[in-house]
Design a protein around this ligand. Sequence first.
Ligand code: KG4
Ligand code: ZN
Length: 340
Amino acid sequence: MNILTLETTCDETAAAVVTDELAVLGSVVASQDALHQRFGGVVPEIASRAHVERILPVVDEALRRANLQLADLDAVAVANMPGLAGSLIVGLVAAKTLALALDIPLVAVNHLQAHIYACRIAAGRDIFPCVGLIVSGGHTSLYRCRTAIDFELLGGTIDDAAGEAFDKVASMLGLPFPGGPALGRVAEKGNPRAYSFPRSLLHDDDRLDFSFSGLKTAVRYEIAGPGRTDFKALALDEQTVADVAASFQEAVVDCLVGKALLALKKQRMNILCVAGGVAANRRLRTRLEEEAQRRRFELHVPPIALCTDNAVMGAIAVERLKAGLIEELDLDAYPGLIRG
Ligand code: KG4
Ligand code: ZN
């Protein structure tokens, strides 16, 4: 069975062809980084328009890589929650059109569940039930993942997402967009103990929540002082940038790792899956691996290409098809709704 999966929740236009055995026949991700770079963040209207221009060429290219025709498809899946409304709608309309024209089932994909499913694909075997930590530009949340498609929210950020904090701090430090990967690279040359930044909520064992806005402000005060916003004029030297980056990164990683361990303990589980763009961060991956060895739990973090947004993780559609979850053509987009 060949399934076309579409992903347009934020600023990547992606399509993949996967089989019900989770083989990846073809995958394409068209990044919009170059379009959003000069604004220092994703501009929703620009993202939607770029999706409109790119979705059909991206689908064509995924099929070409899979060496298949439209007529060879048995189902079409699309991420319809959560994400930017305008972006979601482009993928949704394309998927509905294909489902109608080809007379094949339409499958809905929850983007957050799909991020965790990237761990399942990479593992090559069942990983549920597990604790799932999703760390991306829009989300930082912990879930009890009963099955691939049945999640219970345990906690999450009460303000910024971890990826958003990475992007904002990177921009203060004059690093290029998207800031997360750039900051991670620079941090490798810095001293993670050069500055002591706050680890909000880390020592509150009753909560599985995160908070990164105070950390962002602490970085800002450290490099610019209160009130000042012209970060370009600061002209920080290379070592200061590296030290601030490393100290900031260490604070975020401490919080992510600390709460993930607390979730495993509270849920009495020993499988941890970590996914989303920030899971591409080297320091986070290393620290998680160290903890997994020390505390003897099973850790799954996908390869980097499956951490950031992609359509391969839309193979979670296989699980929904198995459960008989096929959608009607009035399927809606849910920008903020996180349904289990
Ligand atoms: O999952 P994703 O591609 O898109 C969303 O669903 O948000 O995550 C994008 C986020 C961005 O904030 C980006 O800066 C961050 O992931 N990111 C990283 C790294 N690679 C991507 N953050 C830290 N270190 C990285 N290596
Ligand atoms: Zn994502």
